[in-house]
Design a protein around this ligand. Structure first.
Ligand SMILES: [Zn+2]
Length: 139
């Protein structure tokens, strides 16, 4: 059993999640093999990510909202500060709207992997889950 897998700090796990990697092991393309197609387990460490779906979907939606809102505010702030005092309202609205759609829809899988990092930190794997993952891990 690889104990180091479950010793990563939250920052490392969040960065892995941002790049759609497994928060536990950093395995590439874990869980989400397409935009919406989900695997039951991480292809690398065997971790079954659907531990308890009650509330998980809501957490992922909240992360998507935060990522979308954050990028929207970021782009809006850059647009306003670089063009002030003659802020081009309609072009800025078009750019901000495009960013909101792109991040909101395109970031859907990322919101799952980021939330998984937080979920793993809040509810560490039990001994049974670790043993189950080890059985399904690619060796
Ligand atoms: Zn993994």
């Amino acid at each position: 059993m690889n104990r180091q897998l479950d010793q990563s700090d939250l920052f490392t796990m969040l960065v892995r999640g941002l790049f759609r990697r497994c928060a536990r092991c950093g395995g590439k393309g874990a869980f989400l093999t397409g935009w919406k197609k989900q695997e039951e387990r991480c292809k690398t460490c065997g971790f079954a990510w659907q531990r308890d779906l009650v509330g998980f979907q809501l957490g992922a939606a909240a992360i998507n909202f935060i990522l979308t809102g954050g990028s929207l505010l970021f782009v809006m702030a850059i647009g306003v500060t670089t063009t002030y005092p003659d802020v081009p309202a309609w072009p800025l609205i078009a750019v901000v709207g495009s960013v909101a759609l792109f991040v909101g829809i395109g970031g859907y899988p990322t919101s799952y992997t980021v939330w998984l990092a937080i979920d793993l930190r809040l509810r560490p794997l039990s001994e049974d889950e670790i043993a189950d993952a080890a059985e399904h891990a690619r060796s």
